[in-house]
Ligand binder design. Structure first.
Ligand code: NAD
Length: 453
């Protein structure tokens, strides 16, 4: 099939490259000429495992990129909208989606034959059949469900393993205004044999995406709320607590003769310094905003956001046990990306922490193995180190924010430098006994081990 994807970011580019790899002819559209140029020359504009190899196979062959949106739509059978949907003032901002929809409409006005438009961006329930439909119908003069198909196909990929997630999805949700639309979207995924498919209407498809993300965010804030109590109670280690929870039969499956398998959702039932990224914070905010607009109270999800907003304070509280004041104290922040294996720093929990450290007068150095957001407004006054050793060389306090594998070697890097800073573990990945001064989220002074079996 000939597929056009509007927006060549994490979702658009990964989807485009994977769909090209299974045999479709894909054209990725983006406003940013630098991205277009990089994609066409086979260089990934983002850091994603497997993407360089995928582009090497597809770029310039089945995958091309352009800034000519109308031309790309005109030459395709199906157009996906994969532009950003940020939160602004507590609500979803649909401006990019609306603009893309209008542009698609302009292209459809000049095009003959049936075409299907599919929203892949995460949009609040009702958007595809509302804002998107209106914008396309207005600019094209055509009718959805008659002259063109309109569908919704949410994306569940996780940054850091986006290629793997897209190529081997756990489910494919296919919303459509009618059967004909759903059938065409089903054909796009013809190469994905054996994957559960959920065929539904557009609004339910939109809702499935939000329900999924809201659940994950809730589990994280649940764990963080409990970790606060664990620290206050004393002699409790939240790592052991959650380990005990994970082993319940609800989360760990035991089949005689085989090793027990713990469900991967358990990784959201772990205390940390809060969730970030381009999805969970904005999606939960958008859902709460929609509830507010519709007069539906959402106290649970409001609390999820509030716990997350205040979680960086927990890190500062751990620091202040040792350093009641931070003026001129050198602090190394390890991790700027919101999670490991990505260069995405959007809504990273590192930023509120850094802001507070700078506000308290600390001298902050930050290091990330991949993300290097030079000039980012949240990093004003922050020195960016180019290696772990450089970052911690003169630090009195080291704060681990992102669960990068490289940081597992912190103890040996410090030993080689002969340094014994206070280590504050925001992800509970370090061995407390490897450091002279150690604090971890959800662990009061004398608490137990955190060792797993
Ligand atoms: P992104 O910001 O990385 O990419 C969006 C791209 O769209 C940008 O490159 C931008 O230049 C381009 N763009 C915007 N308007 C355009 C237009 N009119 N024409 C051409 N290009 C245009 O965003 P993303 O992270 O890929 O997310 C896209 C959507 O997918 C969002 O709704 C997001 O919530 C959702 N989503 C993201 C993830 C994720 O992990 N990043 C996962 C699932 C779903």
């Amino acid at each position: 099939m000939r597929i056009c994807i509007i927006g060549s970011g994490y979702v658009g580019l990964v989807s485009g490259a994977c769909l090209a790899d299974v045999g479709h002819d894909v054209v990725c559209v983006d406003l940013d000429p630098a991205k277009v140029e990089m994609i066409n020359s086979g260089r990934p504009p983002i850091h994603e495992r497997g993407l360089p190899e995928l582009l090497a196979r597809t770029a310039g062959r089945r995958l091309t990129a352009t800034s000519d949106l109308e031309g790309a739509v005109a030459g395709s059978d199906v157009t996906f909208i994969a532009v950003g949907t940020p939160a602004r003032d507590g609500r979803i901002d649909l401006e990019y989606v609306r603009t893309a929809a209008r542009q698609i409409g302009n292209a459809l006005r000049r095009r003959n034959g049936y075409h299907v438009v599919v929203v892949k961006s995460t949009v609040v329930p009702g958007t595809t059949d509302g804002v998107v439909r209106e914008a396309i119908e207005e600019s094209s003069g055509l009718r959805a469900g008659e002259d063109f198909g309109l569908g919704m196909n949410p994306e569940f990929l996780t940054e850091g393993r986006a290629v793997e997630d897209f190529s081997q999805p756990d489910r494919i949700v296919i919303g459509g205004i009618d059967e004909r639309t759903r059938k065409v979207i089903g054909q796009v995924y013809a190469g994905f044999e054996g994957v559960p498919r959920i065929f539904t209407n557009n609004t339910t498809a939109e809702f499935i995406k939000y329900a999924s993300n809201a659940l994950l965010a809730t589990m994280i804030s649940f764990s963080n709320e409990l970790s606060r109590l664990a620290s206050a109670v004393g002699n409790v280690d939240i790592v052991d607590v959650m380990h005990g929870v994970h082993k319940s039969a609800y989360l760990t499956t035991r089949i005689p003769g085989q090793p027990p398998v713990t469900a991967s959702i358990s990784s959201f039932l772990e205390a940390g310094c809060g969730f970030g990224g381009s999805c969970l914070p904005k999606d939960v905010t958008a859902l709460v905003g929609q509830g507010r607009d519709l007069g539906v109270k959402m106290p649970l999800l409001e609390a999820v956001l509030e716990i997350n907003r205040t979680q960086p304070e927990e890190m500062l509280a751990l620091i202040s046990r040792h350093y009641p004041q931070l003026r001129d104290v050198p602090v190394a922040v390890l991790g700027i990306a919101f999670k490991p294996d990505t260069d995405d720093v959007r809504e990273s929990p590192a930023f509120p922490l850094i802001r507070r450290l700078i506000g308290a007068g600390a001298r902050v150095t930050a290091y990330d193995p991949v993300a290097r957001p030079v000039g980012h407004e949240a990093l004003q006054g922050v020195r960016l180190a180019s290696s772990l050793a450089e970052a911690v060389a003169d630090a009195e306090i080291v704060v681990l924010v992102t669960r990068w594998e490289e940081f597992g070697g912190l103890a040996s890097v410090l030993a080689a430098l002969g340094r014994e800073p206070l280590v504050v573990d925001g992800r509970r990945v370090l061995d407390p006994h490897a450091f002279r001064r150690y604090e971890g989220i959800g662990r009061s002074g004398g608490a137990a081990s955190g060792r797993r079996t």
